[in-house]
Design a protein around this ligand. Structure first.
Ligand SMILES: [Fe+2]
Ligand SMILES: [Fe+2]
Length: 479
């Protein structure tokens, strides 16, 4: 494993200088990436100095260095978690065989599809979030948004590296296409549904980073188990960055709740005081949890079984979780529930390998529950009898066995007329969205914050909340 070459045109720890052909190909892609960033990256803030962290090495302590930098000068690069000696495939039919350091010929198409699908989400989220800087509630939040954005850009680099290095000409073509598709574009949209939903307000942004980035965590973690070692090591490093994105979402929603609670305790009218009512927060949670669950694919899936059998995609912590003892998974079943015509539910059993999507989704749900429990402690602390709840996996689904069926957030069948009549109680209405939008006014003064969110308990990297996280090149209010 090479050490980190930070001064190279493309910072990397993959020994790029020793592979001239690859280096040239990536250096040819780089200006296109920068053009894309200029067109589709955060609108209006490219000349400002942002307090960003950049990876400078991949070891535990040294991968994050903070400094003020203009976003276009961010050191996008290629970092893999260092090689372990004698890596083996940890699951599936080839368990115990040496891990692949080249693409196994039999699985080329499948691996490319996995990498392209993951890679496409990275620029997509940057595109979805590109207008949010114009309504940031504080400099701290503005900086966090841009940190997330530059790292999603780096995740694209990570996937493009794999495509260029391991998939030849069609890999390069796929890498080009990553910069051509556009989130929400009718003719050429991003691949997955949740990544075509616009994110125009900060409640949505925090819900996205809480719930949709968390889907990313579970996908990346299952790919970090892959028998295709370069993919595994790439995803492992991406996970270190992903943790911050989920922190932004989890604490962001928590701070909104905190602010609303403070207003309620002061007997203020939450709306008049410019806060976000709890029922609206719950509706946004319902929306983003459900679109994120759609990303996990079919509950009973032959593709998932194939990926597992081949050693391409494992379970969450496949190798590391002591509770997972059978890594072949040819025997055993996983319980699944299915809707009947009349809305009643049947319990069925799915062969373990075919249930891998559902197993991953259930692990994801448990992680969401943990986060929501943290929010609910805020209510308890305030002596309030209210709980944010995780909607049932039957509610508001577009994919899988529950798609299009009229269940309520508790998972009760309500019938189509019942669903239509009560939909506005469960999902954001146009009025809710208009209200949230009306609050989205920027606050760019050091140490100040918008009316609808509480400041964080601490700042970043040992700084206070009143640190100058963004140094503006000129007046940000008149852009
Ligand atoms: Fe990402
Ligand atoms: Fe992310």
């Amino acid at each position: 494993m090479s050490s980190v070459d930070l001064d190279a045109r493309i910072p990397n720890n993959v020994g790029l200088a020793d592979d001239r052909k690859l280096q040239k190909a990536l250096e040819a892609w780089q200006p296109n990436f920068l053009d894309w960033w200029g067109d589709m990256g955060p609108e209006g803030f490219q000349q400002d100095q942002i307090y960003l962290r950049t990876a400078v090495s991949v070891d535990a302590g040294g991968w994050a260095q903070f400094e003020h930098v203009k976003m276009p000068d961010y050191r996008w690069g290629i970092f893999l978690t260092p090689n372990q000696e004698e890596k083996v495939i940890n699951f599936g039919d080839n368990i115990g065989d040496p891990a692949w350091d080249k693409v196994p010929g039999d699985w080329r198409t499948e691996l490319k599809r996995i990498i392209v699908t993951q890679g496409d989400t990275e620029p997509a989220s940057v595109e979805q979030q590109r207008m949010l800087g114009k309504s940031a509630p504080s400099l701290y939040d503005l900086r966090n948004l841009f940190q997330v954005n530059v790292e999603e850009g780096r995740h694209l680099w990570a996937m493009v590296y794999l495509l260029h290095k391991y998939f030849g000409r069609d890999g390069r073509e796929e890498a080009e296409d990553m910069l051509v598709r556009r989130s929400g574009n009718v003719d050429n949209p991003r691949i997955l549904g949740a990544f075509n939903e616009p994110i125009t307000d900060w409640l949505s942004f925090f819900c996205f980073t809480m719930f949709t980035d968390r889907d990313g965590k579970y996908q990346l973690a299952s790919l970090a188990e892959s028998g295709f070692d370069p993919l595994a090591r790439t995803c492992r490093f991406m996970l270190t960055e992903e943790a911050h994105h989920m922190f932004v979402g989890e604490t962001g929603v928590g701070r909104i709740i905190q602010r609303t609670l403070e207003l309620m305790q002061d007997n203020e009218d939450v709306r008049k005081a410019g806060g976000i009512p709890l029922d609206i927060i719950q509706k946004y949670v319902n929306r983003w949890v459900t679109v994120s669950m759609d990303l996990f694919g079919g509950e009973d899936s032959s593709n998932a079984a194939t990926y597992f059998a081949a050693g391409l995609k494992g379970r969450f912590r496949e190798a590391g979780d002591p509770n997972i003892t059978d890594h072949v998974a040819l025997e055993g079943i996983y319980p699944e529930t299915r809707p009947n015509e009349d809305g009643s539910i049947s319990k069925i059993e799915v062969p373990m390998r075919r249930a891998m999507n559902l197993i991953l989704r259930d692990a994801y749900r448990a992680d969401c529950e943990r986060g929501i429990r943290g929010w609910n402690r805020l209510f308890k602390k305030a002596g309030m009898n209210f709980k944010i709840t995780l909607p049932s996996d039957r509610f508001n689904r577009k994919q899988g066995v529950w798609a299009g069926l009229p269940y309520d957030p508790k998972g009760e069948w309500v019938g189509t007329p019942g669903f239509e009549a009560r939909k506005g109680d469960w999902l954001p209405t146009p009025e809710d969205e208009a209200y949230v939008a009306s609050l989205m006014k920027p606050v760019y003064e050091v140490g100040k914050i918008a009316s609808w969110i509480a400041p964080p308990k601490t700042g970043l990297n040992g700084q206070g909340f009143d640190f100058e996280y963004v140094k503006f090149a000129d007046d940000p209010y008149v852009r």
